[in-house]
Design a protein around this ligand. Sequence first.
Ligand code: CA
Length: 226
Amino acid sequence: MRILLVEDDPDLSRQLKQALGDAGYAVDHAADGEEGHYLGESEPYDAVILDLGLPKMDGVSVLEQWRRANIATPVLILTARGAWSEKVAGFDAGADDYLTKPFHTEELLARLRALLRRAAGHSSPSLAVGGLRLDPRAARATVNGEPLRLTSLEYRLLHYMMMHQGRVIGRTELVEHLYDQDFDRDSNTIEVFIGRLRKKIGQDRIETVRGLGYRLAPLVGEPQEG
Ligand code: CA
């Protein structure tokens, strides 16, 4: 999953980037409204964390323009303490959730997980396909109860595929949701990561749909878990 963070405070940005990275997300950061607006319009993020008080273009205007352009990405806004009217303006502009500064990073991460879950149409906090289970709260996955040792990219790949289980996902889509913008993106490397992940979770779990992409499907004859 790939997140856009639009925040002008350098200390808070550094802290959040670190926490989001540790939680298993690819993160792009914009330090002003113009850059944030541009990135949100040109890259398919899974969610956006948007500060409202920003240089060059304020957060409410950024959000209004995205929504006018039919960009439906879930957006969590960061508002200043006591500024209730900011929250109203943010929700009216199309925000999905908010947090008032200062906040605990854990709360931000929990709200983000809820946003991503709702956007993908899942109700349970952990994701399961057959005996394969992934818990975004701990950034961990297991097969039949056995913990999987995954690199951060393998975890991100599995997380995205489990969020969209049963659907065929193209290579370009995977590239766009796994790597941050500074990463040297090459869709051929996806095949390598899929191969490594198959070795860890079982060869048959990821199906190759020729010319279209990959699909994470329950094994034949395996009961579906909730
Ligand atoms: Ca600010």
